[in-house]
Design a protein around this ligand. Sequence first.
Ligand code: ATP
Ligand code: MG
Length: 219
Amino acid sequence: MSLIVENLSKSFNNQPVIKNYHLTIDENEIVALVGRSGTGKTTFLRLINNLELADQGTIQMNDDSLVKDGAYVGKVGQRNYQNRMGMVFQNYELFPNLSVLENLLEAPLAQKLGSKEELKDRAMELLNSMEIVDKIDAMPSTLSGGQAQRVAIARAMMLSPDILCFDEPTSALDEESAKNIGKLIQTIAQQGTGILIVTHDNTFAKKYSTRIIASEDFL
Ligand SMILES: Nc1ncnc2c1ncn2[C@@H]1O[C@H](COP(=O)(O)OP(=O)(O)OP(=O)(O)O)[C@@H](O)[C@H]1O
Ligand SMILES: [Mg+2]
């Protein structure tokens, strides 16, 4: 399974941020996107996660396109694409009024991906492998940054994405927690998911990615 981006362009107020950009991410890859502030890294993540509209180009996951030559596909097609794409936000964006377990179950239950019992088993398995199963009934406000990050990753993995994106996964973490997240990302990639990480942390990028790309190449 590959993410394929071709000829992608995006401007804000006639100011180009991304111009005719190409990128492919294959399964098992860990691609680190690095570059100066304001060079379009978050914009790129938002485009491939359908949170921002492209002006031109193609974004597709194998045969499931989101946008083809600048034309967005219909609602069902967009959903098919999005079901294969996962995103872990910089501030984690956990639902504050839901427990850890409820955070993990919300989307897969809504999408009817399994019975509550099956999904709970999967949630337990993921939380166990991330060593936070003891926090299953905790509320997000009581978690440390590293714990909240792992819950956000487990929540994304509940939907078995083919590609998983991270915006600045280590910016709020100490060295030890960053190392644990790096290893966790490597394990996820070994299981088949392609990874795209936006980071300012060059040491982290060098240590854990299989390929580094620069946002200065967006233009
Ligand atoms: N919604 C928007 N409206 C107008 N301009 C925007 C919008 N979003 C981003 N921009 C502009 O696009 C450019 C790229 O912003 P973006 O947030 O993608 O950069 P970044 O590489 O993620 O930066 P940082 O490293 O600081 O997070 C900036 O010049 C920004 O001002
Ligand atoms: Mg950014």
